[in-house]
Design a protein around this ligand. Structure first.
Ligand code: ADP
Ligand code: NA
Length: 329
């Protein structure tokens, strides 16, 4: 049996990925390679749904790819590519837009969130239709599985609806993708506002960037909001900040939260923060070193991405050809 196909993408909209991206998605990308045929893309078409500076976008696309490689995405096993290098995404995206109802697109709650977010700026039609492009991203590769967080569930539902609609109107064409929550996926909270998930759209003090140096990381962890108690115990409702630090520790040390509670019995938040800073900076150091190495030879990095795009097109082009033929082109 061939390994199930998996597709995932990430936007190149920051100078660095953060700890939430790592523990909620990218670690799983790496692990999934063991038993899946993986297609991983840096989704620059999605990035321009909000205004981007061209030079900054180009740089962030490379920095994003370098981080993915540094984290362990293996271009020998997986197709790692940049979305705009595979024109079939935009082409299938158009066909999918013509299959999507206006009301159906209007029901996507992420659009409402993103377009009304403070400082969001003028809203583009691209931001409105981006879930439809996402559907094309997935269907193009006949992906059986899509790793999704809660916030993306609705988009995967739309993808499934569009696949069903296309298949029934034009004949069986697309594999039906299933949502997939890989083992060990963790939600990371903002260090300053532990009632919200860690995000690049919140102030930097609460967000640990993978490329932050060790001093900055230690400082952010030292300043993390905890609560007025003293005991280091997990309690998501009463002690979200402490619980978040335990989650992060556990993700890097491999010790369970229960083991950590025992380990920290009798010690305070200061000790917890010191250890979290130590395990995080130790884990990030080699990723940072490897990222810097990869970025020192952008010609080689671009070759890796070109090979990834060629491999992706090997699957995307025949899918698009079938679609074009079926719709009457
Ligand atoms: P951001 O919220 O910083 O804009 P994205 O929305 O680009 O991050 O998320 C990229 C990936 O990282 C998605 O798979 C998302 O589910 C995951 N992710 C983002 N933030 C977190 C978090 N705080 N905890 C867990 N996973 C997260
Ligand atoms: Na987000």
């Amino acid at each position: 049996v061939p390994a199930p196909r998996v597709l995932s993408g990430i936007q190149p909209t920051a100078d660095s990925f953060h700890l939430g991206n790592l523990l909620g998605a990218l670690r799983q990308w790496v692990a999934l390679q063991d038993d899946h045929e993986a297609f991983y893309c840096v989704v620059d078409l999605h990035a321009i749904t909000v205004e981007q500076d061209p030079a900054v976008l180009r740089r962030r696309t490379l920095v994003s790819a370098a981080q993915l490689l540094a984290l362990g995405v293996d271009p020998e096993r997986s197709a790692l590519f940049v979305q705009s290098h595979v024109p079939e995404h935009a082409q299938l995206g158009w066909v999918m837009q013509c299959l999507t109802g206006f009301g159906e697109a209007s029901r996507m709650t992420q659009f409402k969130d993103k377009s009304t977010r403070e400082g969001a700026g003028p809203t583009s039609v691209g931001l409105f239709t981006y879930p439809v492009l996402q559907a094309a991203d997935i269907l193009l590769y006949q992906a059986a599985r899509v790793p999704v967080g809660e916030d993306q569930r609705q988009h995967l539902e739309l993808t499934r609806d569009l696949a069903t609609r296309f298949n029934s109107r034009y004949g069986p064409t697309f594999t039906m993708p299933e949502p997939y929550i890989p083992q060990g996926t963790a939600k990371v909270l903002d260090l300053q506002s532990p009632d919200k998930k860690m995000s690049k759209s919140l102030p930097d003090a609460g967000c640990i960037n993978l490329l932050d140096d060790a001093r900055a990381t230690a400082k952010k962890i030292r300043s993390a909001v905890t609560d007025t108690g003293r005991e280091v115990v997990a309690d998501p409702v009463g002690k979200p900040g402490v619980t978040n630090l335990l989650t992060i520790h556990s993700a890097f040390s491999g010790q369970s939260v229960a083991e950590l509670e025992q380990h920290f019995a009798g010690s305070g938040y200061g000790d917890l923060k010191k250890e979290v800073a130590a395990v995080v900076t130790e884990a990030l150091a080699p990723v940072q070193a490897r990222t810097a190495e990869l970025l020192a030879d952008t010609a080689e990095l671009e070759r890796v991405l070109a090979a990834g795009a060629a491999r992706a097109r090997g699957v995307a082009a025949p899918t698009l050809a079938t679609v074009y033929e079926r719709v009457g082109f």
